[in-house]
Write a protein that binds this ligand. Structure first.
Ligand code: SF4
Ligand code: SF4
Length: 376
């Protein structure tokens, strides 16, 4: 059955706002732009590629920040244009809607919220989308549904019956996306040695059968505890998958030149990640701990998801974010990143860093020019 093409959020407006705040941050305010908040270290699944496995094993519900603590935290946070609320499985928190509301209503003023999920809790997910979006027309909510293949291939990683639940959630959300400008359902694929051979099949399933134009992927991280899922992925397969991602962005952009230019970012970003995955440094000046920040489920403020570094615990400073963000420990970390030229494949940081390094605009412009010559 054909479905109508979903509405698109005002990407140009948000991209310009993000760029403006990024420049202000670098020149004046020194505040981060992109916050990732882990709200729980609990999860009913045990995916072999999970980079959060150590935390899941140690996770204790009694240590998690309470709603009252999120209230106090968001009253003292700077404004974050982009927020990810993640876990574990974030929908295991029964107060997830209220937590998200705190980030929207209080000083943090989040207007673009992304929530990744394995998609098993259909009713809670639909309820959250309706309650968050209903009274907030300026909110963009992205629900990221993890997909590792079609049917049994997904279940082999996520457990029997997981694919069916995922589809149930997609189908329940879909009418909301079709009529609500602010909701985006994005499938997210973890590219690993176990999944690299069925990327295209999954991409085609989402694009052609579900007719959902939002698809992304993350490269499996070394922090996984299951070595069978790691090892070297085939970088050529990763590049081929990246080309399909870009193709989808171009298809969505249609005749819109601005969005066709933005789609070039996908190619440049994925090429940096492909090189980094092979141990070849292509980008320095990572802005983790400068433009991006992580808050763990117990209040630990960290610069990035890859290293076991911490700027301290927000509980210990009565949620005074600035006290930790501007501390000597934070400055030491930033100097260390600069001096070592630290590099990795962590998508959020590669994406954020390249957005504020003009050297990448040349590669994007070259790709855009080729696209124009091809008649795009
Ligand atoms: S669903 Fe996510 S958090 Fe849970 S085990 Fe899988 S990858 Fe880890
Ligand atoms: S390059 Fe990667 S590991 Fe290093 S600071 Fe940035 S995000 Fe962290």
């Amino acid at each position: 059955m054909d479905r109508p093409t979903p509405h698109e959020p005002p990407l140009a407006e948000y991209a310009l706002r993000y760029a403006k705040e990024g420049i202000e941050s670098r020149v004046l305010t020194r505040k981060p732009l992109f916050l990732t908040v882990f709200v729980t270290a609990r999860c009913g699944l045990s995916c072999g590629h999970c980079f959060y496995r150590d935390e899941l094993l140690a996770g204790n519900v009694k240590d998690e920040l309470t709603l009252d603590e999120y209230d106090r935290m968001t009253r003292r946070l700077p404004r974050f244009p982009k927020l990810i609320i993640t876990g574990g499985e974030p929908f295991l928190r029964t107060d997830l809607v209220e937590i998200a509301e705190k980030f929207y209503e209080n000083q943090s003023q989040a207007r673009q919220i992304t929530i990744p999920t394995a998609g098993a809790h259909t009713d809670r997910i639909v309820d959250l989308a309706e309650r968050l979006l209903g009274p907030r027309p300026d909110l963009i909510l992205e629900l990221q549904l993890s997909i590792d293949g079609v049917g049994d291939k997904h279940d082999q990683i996520r457990g029997k019956g997981s694919f069916e639940k995922l589809m149930r959630t997609h189908d329940a959300l879909r009418p909301l996306q079709d009529r609500n400008h602010g909701l985006r359902i994005r499938f997210n694929y973890t590219f690993s040695r176990q999944t690299q051979d069925h990327f295209e099949e999954t991409w085609r399933f989402v694009r052609d059968e579900l007719k959902n134009p939002h698809f992304d992927m993350v490269l499996v991280r070394r922090k996984t505890i299951d070595e069978a899922y790691w090892g070297e992925v085939d970088v050529e397969k990763y590049r081929k998958a990246s080309a399909l991602l870009q193709q989808m962005e171009l298809e969505k952009a249609g005749e819109d030149r601005f969005r066709r230019a933005l789609a070039q970012r996908v190619r440049v970003e994925r090429e940096i990640i492909a090189e980094h995955s092979q141990g070849r440094r292509k980008m320095t000046g990572c802005m983790a701990g400068t433009l991006t920040a992580i808050i763990g489920e117990t209040g630990e403020l960290r610069p990035c998801e890859v290293l076991d570094e911490s700027f301290g615990n927000l509980r210990a400073v009565d949620f005074d974010f600035d006290a930790l963000w501007r501390s000597g420990e934070a400055e030491r970390f930033r100097r260390w990143v600069k001096e070592t030229g630290c590099f990795c494949t962590f998508e959020t940081c590669v994406r954020t860093t390249m957005s504020f390094q003009p050297r990448w605009y040349g590669s994007m412009a070259a790709g855009f020019a080729k696209d124009l010559l091809r008649g795009g």
